[in-house]
Write a protein that binds this ligand. Structure first.
Ligand code: ATP
Length: 447
């Protein structure tokens, strides 16, 4: 199979130019590997998060939503194993002063000789690996002593575990059921990079599904398939998606099974994890029961038995999926009869930041006013962008590049026949549609 092209540099530039993603604190020279979502980026990421929330929470009776705080009791992170074990092996190069993850050297480039990995160039002098904890530490309250330590959460999952009984009892849920949340997580990554692929501040969409021990592997398979399907429904190509099974030392000591969903980002980055699906057994609830001294058992009324449920976890990065969706959608193509080609972000219509572009053909004959009336009708249903500057071809190109699925043009005939021309981003087909039919026409296609 041919390798997927490397479109990362082009995407980074498109994202800045068109208001998707900016480097954080850019006017100060930028903060390392931290990114801000601009007007179109925030819409794109929000649409992706909405799709996840709708499929995981709103469309099901057996999953409840949660929004837990980022700051938690410090003991949470002792119980979860993060204080002692959330570490990456760090190596330094005494020659170039570079820092690398010892377990990811194959993905890194020697700063002095980028054609080689760190350690492969004659001048490299790598130190022994030492363990580096990835949690950001801070202090709660005005005193900075050991009693005030707080951590920025490195994952959202622990907020779910500690609220397991609160949610189960308040919502009268019966096992099997799940709890889902979307929120920020922070990791002091040794080697962040590849744009928004690996950053120190990111958003996770996590779901913990609590099941009766013994039924866990069946649920694990169910969730594995459901999550792959979600990525396909988002429009990611099947041939760019893969399952990677954790085996041997890769499998965490408490995990009964783990698979990553991988996406092919193209170029040298290639296939990388975008989501983890884990069978965590009863590790987390048992740990929290022990450290908190509070019983976290579930009482199965029907069978009159108590047990600590097993947990199937699905954990996906909102930023990584946003990047995957853009990489997947980016294409450059020739246009028949035109010398200039076009760049298209062929995003799934449901996640496109702008759904409809509306243009008057000219600024005369009341066309702008007509176009604005059309926008007034559409705005409550779709995100709309009005553009009256430049040739129609240029305006189409601008919308293609940001993934707008439909463009509407008001022309000299519109006032007479109360109709407009609707152009499809992908097929380039143009339909004449009466304005009274527009909302229905678009809704049907954008669903
Ligand atoms: P990696 O091996 O890439 O560091 P991980 O196995 O530590 O990832 P998990 O702890 O399983 O990742 O996190 C679940 C998901 O959260 C990942 O699949 C990814 O989408 C996202 N994620 C994790 N770390 C980062 C990060 N630094 N930047 C952006 N997204 C991240």
């Amino acid at each position: 199979m041919a390798a997927q092209p490397d479109v990362m540099d082009k995407l980074v530039s498109l994202c800045k130019r068109r208001g998707f993603i900016f480097q954080s604190s850019e006017i100060y020279g930028g903060a390392g590997s931290v990114w801000d979502y601009g007007p179109l980026g925030v819409e794109l990421k929000r649409n992706i998060k909405d799709r996840w929330w709708n499929s995981m929470v709103r469309s099901r009776d057996d999953i409840e939503g949660l929004d837990a705080a980022i700051l938690m009791h410090p003991k949470v992170w002792e119980a979860s194993g993060h204080v002692s074990g959330f570490v990456d092996p760090l190596v330094d190069c005494k020659t170039c002063k570079g820092r690398f993850r010892a377990d990811k050297l194959q993905d890194a480039r020697c700063p002095q000789k980028p054609s080689k990995q760190p350690g492969q160039h004659d001048a490299c002098q790598l130190t022994e690996a030492r363990q580096f904890n990835l949690m950001f530490k801070t202090a709660m309250g005005p005193l900075e002593d050991s009693a005030s330590i707080a951590y920025l959460r490195p994952e959202t999952a622990q907020g779910i575990f500690v609220n397991f009984l609160n949610v189960q009892q308040s919502m009268r849920q019966k096992v099997p059921f799940g709890i889902a949340q979307i929120g920020k997580a922070f990791r002091n990554e040794i080697t962040p990079g590849n744009f928004i692929f690996r950053t120190r501040e990111f958003e996770q969409m996590e779901m913990q599904f609590f099941v009766e021990p013994g039924s866990d592997m069946e649920w694990f398979e169910t969730w594995k398939e459901a999550r792959l399907q979600w990525h396909l429904d988002l429009g990611l190509s099947r041939d760019r998606l893969n399952f990677h099974q954790h085996a041997g030392s890769e499998l965490a000591h408490y995990a009964r099974a783990a698979f990553d969903v991988e996406f092919d980002f193209g170029g040298t980055l290639g296939f990388q994890e975008i989501e983890g699906i884990h069978n965590r057994g009863d590790f987390d609830l048992t740990q929290h029961q022990q450290f908190s001294g509070k019983k976290l058992e579930y009482y199965d009324q029907l069978n009159n038995k108590r047990y600590i449920p097993y947990v199937i976890e699905t954990s996906v990065g909102a930023d990584r999926v946003t990047l995957a969706a853009m990489v997947n959608a980016y294409r450059e193509e020739a246009v028949e009869g035109e010398t200039e080609g076009r760049v298209v972000l062929g995003l799934h219509p449901s996640i496109a930041p702008i759904k409809v572009g509306v243009f008057p053909l000219t600024k005369k004959e009341g066309q702008p006013e007509f176009a604005k009336r059309v926008i007034g009708d559409l705005r409550s249903s779709f995100t709309v962008d009005y553009d009256e500057s430049g040739s129609i071809g240029k305006r189409y190109r601008r919308q293609d590049e940001v993934g707008t699925p439909y463009c509407i043009t008001v022309d000299g005939d519109s006032a007479g026949d109360d109709s407009v021309t609707v152009r499809d981003r992908d097929t380039l087909q143009q339909d004449r549609v009466n304005t009274s039919q527009l909302v229905g026409y678009l809704a049907q296609r954008l669903r």
